[in-house]
Design a protein around this ligand. Structure first.
Ligand SMILES: O=c1nc[nH]c2c1ncn2[C@H]1C[C@H](O)[C@@H](COP(=O)(O)OP(=O)(O)OP(=O)(O)O)O1
Ligand SMILES: [Mg+2]
Length: 224
């Protein structure tokens, strides 16, 4: 996971200032604020980072590199994707992965544009011909301690399935994702419930753990 983590664990590394969480997505920021609470001092910056392509982990790391240069300081970014386990030959997707040993294709969407284009119903329709409606939500946070530091990544995954939309429509594909073991969609769940089991909640637990171990201190602590 974190290449630089070993170097920082227990060392109390001094950072020039608190970490900036960079995102253009207000709902993400709201969730990150709620989940992190007072555990990590951070400020936020609204910046539309480029929608990159490639392996999810590389996308997230590259976002962090770009953001760290912009901010010229420590940054945290994240990239989220929804991955359908059994969907072949979808036109126009960015990535097609062969999954494990069985030749099931996993399609990774950049949902920002995809969801906007075809909507919740469209996403359900894509799976109409397939028995396998399973999917997973994946969130990859990248932490770069500065513009020249190699980003560390923290991955959270939640398994579930794609269902016809239920619940409030105020965050992306929340209404069509029903996590395994629950009879509610993300959108129907109370926020605290979602955060306990969500891709973002899990990834942020790892981020918190890293901060607890690394014991960063900040030269100018501009906690907002
Ligand atoms: O928990 C979530 N529940 C439902 N939908 C979600 C969630 N998390 C991200 N999403 C949506 C937002 C965007 O349509 C796409 C991810 O794209 P992604 O590039 O990571 O987000 P973004 O461009 O909106 O913000 P950013 O500036 O941080 O890149 O999935
Ligand atoms: Mg984005």
């Amino acid at each position: 996971m974190a290449a630089a983590a070993a170097r920082t664990v227990g060392s109390g590394v001094v950072l020039p200032r608190s970490v900036t969480f960079v995102t253009g997505n207000a709902k993400k920021l709201e969730e990150v604020r709620t989940i992190l609470g007072q555990s990590i001092p951070f400020q936020s910056l609204k910046l539309d980072l480029p929608e990159l392509q490639g392996e999810p982990e590389d996308i997230s790391k590259e976002k962090a590199r770009i953001a760290a240069k912009e901010v010229n300081g420590p940054v945290l970014v994240e990239d989220t994707c929804l991955c359908f386990n059994a969907l072949k030959g979808l036109p126009g997707t960015q990535q097609t992965y062969v999954h494990a040993s069985i030749s099931v294709y996993v399609l990774l969407f950049e949902f920002k544009w995809f969801l906007q284009k075809i909507g919740h119903e469209g996403l359900n329709n894509l799976l109409m011909a397939y028995e396998d409606k399973t999917a997973y939500a994946m969130c990859i946070f990248s932490l770069a301690l500065g513009p020249n530091a190699e980003p560390m990544t923290f991955v959270g995954k939640t398994q579930g399935r794609i269902v016809p939309a239920r619940g409030p429509n105020d965050f992306g594909w929340d209404p069509i994702f029903q996590p395994h073991g629950y009879d509610q969609t993300y959108a129907e769940m109370p926020n605290e419930e979602k955060h306990k089991i969500s891709h973002r909640g899990k990834a942020l637990e790892l981020v918190k753990l890293h901060f607890a171990e690394a014991r960063y201190t900040f030269q100018t602590d501009s906690t907002t």
